[in-house]
Design a protein around this ligand. Structure first.
Ligand SMILES: O=C[C@H](O)COP(=O)(O)O
Length: 233
């Protein structure tokens, strides 16, 4: 078990650049457009994102696979350990390079502990306190997702949670890829990188904020006018 854990995690650390940005949506049009920038490493969905587009996991995965071979994260919904494991195996078989999101409560952690030695990539999700992150890391989950904005929404400090998780992982030398998840603006995305995020899960809206600044747009207009004044357009 320890051997498998080390293997999985060493490999993940080597390929960490493969996981810098997960696009957090199940909207295939958005995914296709964003992938064209060349900076999307993976796709993250959850049942909420699937419900937003009103489509089944199988159909969304099939569409994404027609143009993208990076990791696709999908969430296992059963709440009992054995059922989570069965659903994770089923989802994993839908395509190459699937990551199974599993909520980090005790039943989920037990499932992760069994799935990792099978070579199934898990992402411990809905992490809202540092203890859940510790448990997920010690269970060997290759990915973990501390949630930032959802923790903020109940009056706690999501970024502080993230900082604690990062510090704890460094202190215990836990190698899981730490994904800053549930990010609602570009500032939180950058803050979480500065706090040591290995990876970001960005909604399409936040992803687009990466490229935008009014001064840039103003500058483009001004430079276009200047160019046209030279070339007489
Ligand atoms: O499932 C992971 C997402 O990053 C959660 O984000 P959300 O708060 O937008 O659903």
């Amino acid at each position: 078990m320890a051997e498998v854990y080390n293997l999985v995690n060493k490999k993940l650390r080597r390929n960490i650049m493969d996981y810098r940005i997960f696009l957090d949506t199940a909207n295939v049009k958005e995914i296709e457009e964003a992938v064209e920038t060349g900076i999307v490493a993976g796709i993250a969905t959850n049942p909420n994102k699937m419900a937003n587009v009103g489509r089944k996991y199988e159909d969304v995965i099939k569409d994404i696979r027609s143009f993208f071979d990076g990791p696709i994260a999908v969430e296992a919904i059963p709440t009992e350990t054995e059922e989570i494991i069965e659903e994770a195996k089923r989802l994993n078989d839908l395509s190459e390079n699937i990551v199974i999101k599993i909520p980090a409560n005790k039943k989920g952690i037990k499932a992760i502990n069994k799935l990792v030695p099978m070579g199934i990539k898990t992402n411990a999700t809905l992490i809202c306190n540092p203890g859940q992150a510790l448990a997920a890391g010690l269970a060997g989950s290759p990915f973990i997702s501390p949630f930032i904005s959802r923790v903020d929404y109940i009056g706690h400090d999501g970024m502080e949670l993230f900082r604690k998780v990062r510090k704890m992982y460094d202190f215990y030398d836990i190698k899981s890829v730490v994904i800053a998840a549930s990010i609602k603006n570009c500032n939180d995305a950058i803050e979480s990188i500065l706090a040591g995020a290995d990876s970001l899960a960005l909604t399409y809206e936040v992803f687009n904020q990466l490229f935008n600044h009014p001064v840039t747009e103003e500058g483009i207009k001004k430079f276009t006018n200047d160019y046209n004044s030279i070339y007489g357009k």
